[in-house]
Design a protein around this ligand. Structure first.
Ligand SMILES: Nc1ncnc2c1ncn2[C@@H]1O[C@H](COP(=O)(O)OP(=O)(O)OP(=O)(O)O)[C@@H](O)[C@H]1O
Length: 826
């Protein structure tokens, strides 16, 4: 078990490291060339980098999950976070270039000889694995609170469905009587039918004068029947064997889980345990080795530091005639004196100084310079995501070379190296205290200098507006100061604002890849995104930043997402998957859910304060706003006035401002009718719009299979999935799920052996539901255009107005959409 990761996963890691180095080199080279002007070429370049980074990401993720050496894991983790960040940065660049959230790499995949699965974004398993205990504990608390509040039943821990209504005794007796009489009636009918058939046969025999069968004839008859049956069985078997031989159907052993897979799973589990054990040992060693270093090397370090600082006092007095001022704590104490700077840092300092001087001279040219600096900063940031220092690279080489460490435990020498620095730092702080006093005494004794305290930095002016804002925050903090997070958590669960996320993985959102994307785009046709594309965007914008603090802090920040699409395409499912994959808390701030709760303006503010306080402290968290368009209604329909759907309208932008880069909180809106919203404020809050389309043929094909299997159905040649997929064009996943569930009842499942499923059965239920009509789908194309323009912050007003007016005219929706009204939205 321990040898396998040493060889396989070390190799995987080494390969990933090598590809990463090559890729970084290439990126740097590309950037040093002349800027490319052809958009297509730039996209190809970015796309290729993206695909390659995803490959590396997949390898690193597998290595990180399986390697048991704790220090190696630390390094791989850094690389993993860096690669994730770089992927997000590249995606962002592509979005800005193509003015679209969706990108199609089919041609690149073809060039690189890769399959679509190879660019599926993996979800790092450490997101959940590393905090499984906390999550389980939280789940238990949540279940207990829900149980105490009577929201779930004690035996199943599932939500209580409808309250069971007591039936009066008479009615119950009547129901039983009806059922029993019906049963007796059915029995009697069968009996009567048998008598009738018997009589009929006798009557016919009498009429035709049928003779009694002779024995030979009877034997022959039975033989004929039996031989026919036996041959039919044989032919069936032969036919199946032939189909297996031709590769048309999988051989029977394919249905069972393979022994190798089972063994691999077992090894995986053992490795997980080993990982935990090594990690524990490593953590213990971190403490014990530090103590030992402190004990053994501490006095020496202290003495040498003191000597060095004294030396500095004396040298300064020699040179300037007076003792120096001791660097204060904020500057870093005596560490400033001994800081070793790399040539880059020195160069950066010089550049910074020069820039400062330049700035003073040319204050007028402010605007242009700011832009460029922004770009430089951005580039700097990009590189930061992946930069390793030389120490790290050395470590990587050391670890990859090692063959002696069979059990893959921690390396004490590396820990010592690290801890020595920490101990030095701690001792330096103590020494600083001592030396500061010593310097003071020296000055008093020698220079008789009087220390003056300097005034610290100017205080900025606080406007009335800010004052009001801070006062509000203070009041709210004051109120919630007396409440623990646990009690706030309980309050939110009881108010049904904090809800339990369903256990669905992102992989359960089945869908196929679209193989024609880039071909269509080259012909200037905007393809409808496929379900795989949606899955990828959810992973990139939601799961990766929510799962990893480092990625959230460094990659382009997304605070709010909008999932827009027709009814039943899986918007809610994606939100639950987001929570399951990252272990996030789920808050439901949909208009219908918060109606009547925490009434009034103050109540609303209090609710939001509590929600975001809990969300931030127990991060990661997802804030779900269902029917998001309702918050931004231009005019609230009469029927919905009581729900106060616009309650959050003013608060949302303010909340977004308070979300800091370190808060792993994501606001996700879902909307069936995004076009009902007032565009301007709507797009300002939801800067990322993901269109969730209805499934195409390929996706419907896998979906039917998946849903039938999930509901206990069995496939046979009578069930033509291809036909089902073809006929269900226009229907969404929700429709398909409903149709399957209504057919596969308990009773029908019991009959499966005798009566195999047929496609026609599902069609009856499907036909009773309304599909997504073409006109409705067209409106979602407008949403794609919004997503484009919002994403790129560019003006497409004319194009948008034409499309909108055209569609609204067709749908006969009386909406006034003037150019003037649209302009500020984009
Ligand atoms: N890609 C998919 N794979 C498997 N099941 C899916 C998929 N998409 C949706 N479903 C299933 O379809 C059903 C409807 O999905 P869901 O309720 O999430 O849709 P929705 O878009 O939120 O609907 P609405 O707009 O009505 O709120 C759910 O049972 C969900 O599990």
């Amino acid at each position: 078990v321990s040898n396998a990761p040493l060889i396989t996963y070390n190799k995987m890691w080494a390969e990933a490291q090598e590809s990463l180095n090559c890729l970084l080199q290439k990126e740097i080279e590309e950037k040093s060339h002349k800027p490319l002007k052809d958009r297509q070429v730039v996209f190809q370049m970015l796309g290729t980098f993206y695909v390659k980074y995803v490959q590396i990401f997949r390898n690193l993720e597998a290595a990180y999950d399986q390697i048991v050496h704790p220090q190696k894991r630390l390094i791989i983790r850094q690389m993993l976070d860096g690669v994730m960040g770089r992927i997000l940065e590249l995606k962002n660049e592509m979005v800005e270039l193509e003015l679209s959230e969706y990108h199609y790499f089919d041609d690149i995949l073809q060039d690189l000889k890769l399959a679509p699965e190879n660019i599926e974004i993996p979800i790092p398993r450490y997101f959940i694995k590393e905090k499984i205990k906390v999550l389980k504990e939280r789940e238990k608390i949540l279940a207990q609170i829900m149980l105490d509040a009577g929201m779930i039943s004690p035996d199943t821990s599932y939500p209580l469905k409808k309250v069971v209504k007591l039936m009066p005794l008479e009615e119950a007796i009547r129901t039983i009587q009806i059922a029993e009489r019906a049963r007796q009636g059915r029995l009697r009918a069968t009996f009567m039918k048998q008598i009738y058939l018997e009589e009929k046969r006798e009557r016919l025999a009498r009429l035709t004068g049928e003779k009694a069968l002779d024995i030979d004839g009877a034997v022959l008859f039975i033989q004929k029947l039996w031989r026919g049956y036996a041959q039919w069985k044989k032919s069936l078997k032969l036919r199946e064997e032939e189909m297996v031989f031709l590769g048309m159907i999988p051989p029977p052993h394919f249905q069972k889980p393979s022994i190798s897979i089972l063994r691999a799973q077992k090894v995986d589990n053992i490795r997980c345990e080993l990982q935990e054990k090594h990690e524990l040992d490593f953590q213990k060693a971190l403490v014990s080795i530090k103590e030992r270093v402190k004990e053994i090397e501490g006095p020496d370090i202290k003495e040498s530091l003191q000597d060095q600082i004294r030396q500095w006092f004396i040298e300064c007095r020699h040179m300037t005639g007076r003792f120096p001022d001791y660097p204060d704590e904020e500057q870093g104490g005596s560490a400033v004196l001994f800081a070793e700077k790399t040539p880059e840092e020195v160069a950066a300092e010089i550049i910074a100084k020069e820039e400062e001087e330049l700035k003073k001279k040319k204050k007028k040219k402010g605007k242009k310079e700011k832009k460029e600096k922004g770009k430089k900063k951005k580039q700097g940031k990009e590189k930061k995501m992946l930069m390793h220092n030389s120490f790290q690279i050395l470590l990587i080489q050391l670890m990859l070379d090692e063959g002696w460490n069979f059990s893959q435990e921690y390396d004490p020498e590396l820990i010592k190296e690290e801890k020595r620095k920490e101990v030095e730092e701690e001792i330096r702080i103590q020494v600083d205290e001592l030396m500061r006093q010593e310097l003071k005494n020296l000055k008093l004794a020698v220079d008789r200098e009087i220390e003056r305290k300097g005034q610290k930095g100017k205080k900025g002016k606080v406007s009335r507006h800010d004052l009001h804002f801070y006062l509000q925050i203070w009041v709210l903090n004051y109120v919630s100061l007396y409440r623990t997070i646990d009690s706030l958590y309980q309050e939110l669960v009881e108010a049904q604002i904090l809800i339990r996320a369903k256990k669905v993985k992102l992989g359960d959102y089945v869908g196929e890849y679209s193989y024609l994307g880039s071909t269509l785009r080259q012909k200037d046709i905007e393809p409808m995104p496929s379900l795989t594309d949606v899955r990828q965007l959810i992973a990139l914008y939601g799961i990766l930043p929510l799962g990893s603090q480092a990625v959230h802090e460094k990659a382009p920040l997304v605070k709010a997402l909008l999932l827009a699409g027709p009814e039943g395409v899986g918007k809610k499912m994606l939100i639950h998957a987001l929570c399951t994959e990252t272990g996030a808390n789920l808050f439901n701030l949909s208009a219908a859910n918060i109606a009547g709760k925490y009434p009034g303006k103050a109540g609303l503010q209090m609710m939001l304060h509590i929600v975001f306080k809990v969300a931030k402290q127990l991060q990661p968290s997802v804030i779900w706003i269902g029917d998001a368009e309702k918050t931004f209604y231009k005019k609230v329909p009469k029927a919905e006035k009581e729900l106060e759907p616009r309650r959050l309208k003013k608060q949302l932008p303010k909340i977004l401002k308070t979300l800091k880069i370190e808060d792993r909180v994501l606001i996700v809106g879902t909307s069936k009718r995004p076009f009902d919203a007032d565009l301007k404020p709507f797009c300002r809050v939801y800067k990322k719009i993901i269109l969730v389309p209805r499934p195409d043929y390929a996706s419907r094909f896998v979906l039917w299979k998946h849903v039938i299997e999930q509901n206990g159905g069995v496939f046979s040649k009578n069930l033509n999935i291809s036909c089902l997929a073809q006929v269900s064009d226009g229907y969404t996943q929700g429709h398909i799920v409903k149709a399957v569930q209504s057919v596969l009842t308990e009773r029908r499942l019991m009959q499966l052996n005798k009566k195999p499923l047929t496609a026609a059965e599902f069609l009856v239920c499907l036909a009773r539901q309304d599909p997504v009509y073409k006109e409705e789908e067209e409106t979602y194309k407008v949403v794609l255009a919004w997503a484009k323009s919002v994403g790129a912050r560019k003006c497409f007003v004319d194009e948008l107005v034409i499309q909108l007016s055209h569609i609204y005219k067709e749908l006969n929706i009386p909406l006034k959409m003037t150019k003037h009204a649209l302009k500020p939205a984009i």
